[in-house]
Design a protein around this ligand. Structure first.
Ligand code: NI
Length: 142
């Protein structure tokens, strides 16, 4: 972590009021941490747009395990890309529904492509990929 630098930001009062309401709903106790989080989030977004960026990600899937061939297709796809998959967690939500969270690590393009393939398997009811870039979140001190 670097040393702290104070900056001044000129901002429209209505925009600032909206921002204060926004951060209050999310439990921030001061603007500085909220600004830092917004900056980190934008930097991560910019980083993961690079197809060769090193990223980590989670794919969350909801599906009915009785859907024909779906569990086998999910398993086969994960084995075919085992070098990108860190681990998988499965929860049986009820008699029919399953929640699966798959942790991925690799180049942005590869992680995105595998996530799209997993989410696109017929029978997956809902799926979402969240990617992050740990090195972008925690820049080294200059
Ligand atoms: Ni299950």
């Amino acid at each position: 972590m670097g040393f702290l630098t104070r900056i001044g930001v000129a901002i429209d009062s209505e925009l600032l009021t909206r921002f204060d309401n926004f951060i209050a709903k999310r439990g921030y106790t001061n603007r500085s941490e909220a600004f830092r989080d917004l900056i980190r989030d934008r930097l991560v977004t910019a980083t993961i747009e690079d197809p060769r960026a090193a990223v980590v990600g989670t794919v969350t899937l909801i599906y009915d395990h009785q859907s024909r061939l779906l569990p086998e297709k999910l398993m086969n796809l994960q084995h075919a890309h085992h070098e990108v998959i860190v681990c998988t967690t499965h929860a049986h939500l009820d008699h029919d529904s399953c929640l699966e969270v798959i942790v991925l690590k690799g180049h942005s393009k590869r992680v995105q492509k595998l996530a799209d393939a997993l989410i696109g398997i017929k029978g997956v009811q809902h799926g979402r990929l969240v990617m992050s870039s740990p090195k972008t979140c925690l820049p080294k001190t200059a």
